[in-house]
Structures are given as C-alpha cells and as structure tokens.
Design a protein around this ligand. Structure first.
Ligand code: GDP
Ligand code: MG
Length: 301
C-alpha cells in the first residue's frame, strides 16, 4: 500500500447507492468505478444483491454499494429480501447516495428518502438521467424543491448513461467520507467472484430477451465451473418458478436460450478476458420467489 493511502488526509468509507427501482443506481455504480460490475436492464428490480465496487485514488478509497431498489410493494419473499438487503447496506454505510431521476419526484422516492432519514445517514442526492431533460433549465425548479425536502450534503446532477458529471460526484462523495486508511487493497475492485458475475450476466441477457413475459420469476445459478483445454467450462441452471415458463425461456427449437447463451458468452469473454463455454439448462423450482429456503439456497437472503 502506498504511503498516501495511509496518510492522515486519506479518506475512506462506504457509500450506499439507494433509491427507488429503475432510477439508474446500477448504471451509476458502473460509471463511478469505470467497470461493469452490476447488471442493468430497462426493467425495475433487476438488482437483487448488494454489489460492492471499490474505487481507489491517491486521495481516497470509496467503497460503493449498489442495492436493490427500495419499493413499497413488498408482498413476495423475494421483494422483502430485496428491501432488507438495501436497508442493511444503507445502515452499514458511512453515507447514502440517494439516486433520483430528474425531473420527477414520486411516492417511492419519498419512501427511499424516509429510509435514509430512518437510518440516520448523511446523504448526497445524485439527480440522474439529466441527459433526458431539455432544456437544462427545466432542472432548476426540481433541484430547488429537492433542497427544500431534505438537508442533503450536496445535490449533484449526473447522467450515468452518458458519463456526465461523474467525476464531480466522485469528488463530492470522497470529500464527505471519514479520514481513514484504505480498507481494501488498492487493486481490489469487488468482492464477488467469477461464478456470481457469470450468473448475473446470464440473468441480464435473459431479462433483456424476455421483456415482460416471465415477470421476476428467473434466477440463475452456476452449477459447475472448470478450466479445461484453455477454456472456462460453465454449466448454469436457469430457475423458473412454474413449469409453464420453461418453454417460454427455451423458445421455439431452443432459439431463445441459444440467443441468451450467445450474448452472455460474448459479454463474459470480454469481461473475464478468457474464452468461455456455456451450457444452460432451464429448471423448475415451484414458486421459488415466495420460498425463503429457495432464496437462501440461491444466495438471495
Ligand atoms: P436501477 O434499477 O436503479 O439499478 O437502474 P438501472 O441502472 O438498472 O437502469 C434502469 C434503466 O435506466 C436502464 O434502461 C438504464 O439504461 C437507464 N438509465 C440509467 N442511467 C441513465 C441515464 O443517465 N440516462 C438515461 N437516459 N437512462 C439511464
Ligand atoms: Mg440496479
């Protein structure tokens, strides 16, 4: 570790990215760390786990934590587990980055802000998707209202998608972290291993492919991972929660599953820098999203 990282002015801590579903938390995590760590789709509730992304510089180390969207409708066991994951990440963080979507304020934003207040975390508001607001002056009344709603440490407008104002957000977060030496090795990026990243990438491609057809009923589990003949051999199970969903995921003559496998493989070849052979199987576990034991087995508790 360099001297700077242990010096008295070095800052380090956890910043939890929280907010309602679909505001762009995961896109923002990836933009902040400059790597695809968290999967992104146009659908709400894509992120199910806490995802750590560590960014180290000469002045600071920020441990970003991406979280599932905080939402009101928490009937299913899976939804409750996701809300719990987000709340726990918030409570364990030094500060909250409340991610919002300009220029709309919704009751779910209100709920997310209430959780931040409840957890007594100081908060920075990241107003995302400003690329969609034209002309930019339309942001001003929204930013004014935001400042009146809560005493944020700072309000930073950004576009995670177009990587606008991301450095400003990094600097603002770092400035508000405690003085501390680095908590992670300076070259560490995340705490998730290869099987997790493979499973998540498959789930991303599958979610993109399925549109609305199998709502939230999909989980992916890597069952085998081995190096053979200079290739990474992967067997992965796609869990659906009803027999009737199996043919939808497989598609006519297996076409859909093939497309998913292909796009996951290409993305993973690049992400892992290694050639991958991917075998996908669709399996049924009745109502897994309502079943606490199944959630635990799939690492969702
Ligand atoms: P999350 O549910 O909060 O993690 O949101 P995601 O990161 O999964 O993004 C949800 C959707 O919003 C995806 O379709 C993203 O491409 C899109 N999105 C995220 N950030 C931006 C942004 O800055 N601008 C625009 N136009 N779209 C964005
Ligand atoms: Mg997400």
């Amino acid at each position: 570790m360099s001297d700077a990282a242990a010096g008295p002015d070095f800052r380090c801590g956890f910043a939890a990215l929280v907010g309602r579903p679909n505001v762009g938390k995961s896109t923002l995590l990836n933009a902040l760390v400059g790597q695809k760590l968290s999967i992104v789709t146009p659908r709400p509730q894509t992120t199910r786990h806490r995802i750590l992304g560590v960014l180290s510089s000469a002045q600071a180390q920020i441990a970003f934590v991406d979280t599932p969207g905080l939402h009101a409708q928490a009937g299913r066991a899976l939804n409750q587990a996701m809300n719990r994951t987000a709340t726990a990440a918030l409570e364990g963080a030094d500060l909250a980055v409340l991610v919002l979507e300009a220029p709309r304020w919704t009751s779910e934003d209100e709920l997310a802000l209430a959780r931040v207040v409840q957890a007594q975390r100081p908060a920075i508001a990241a107003v995302n998707k400003i690329d969609r607001v034209r002309p930019r002056e339309r942001l001003l009344p929204y930013l004014g209202e935001l400042a009146a709603r809560h005493e944020f440490l700072a309000i930073v407008p950004v576009s995670a998608l177009k990587a606008e104002n991301i450095q400003d957000l990094r600097d603002t977060i770092a400035r508000h972290l405690p003085c501390s030496q680095a908590l992670f090795p300076l070259d560490q990026l995340t705490d998730r291993g290869t099987p997790f990243r493979i499973a998540e990438m498959i789930r991303e491609k599958l979610t993109l492919e399925l549109n609305q057809e199998v709502p939230y009923g999909i989980a992916v589990e890597v069952e085998r991972l081995a190096h053979e003949d200079g290739q990474l051999m992967v067997d992965a199970a796609i869990w659906v929660d009803r027999e009737g969903q199996k043919p939808i995921v497989i598609g006519a003559h297996g076409a859909r599953l093939k497309r998913v496998g292909r796009s996951a493989r290409l993305a993973l070849n690049e992400l892992l820098g290694e050639r991958l052979h991917l075998n996908l199987w669709v399996k049924v576990r009745e109502n897994w999203a309502d079943n606490a034991r199944a959630l635990r087995e799939l690492g969702l508790e």
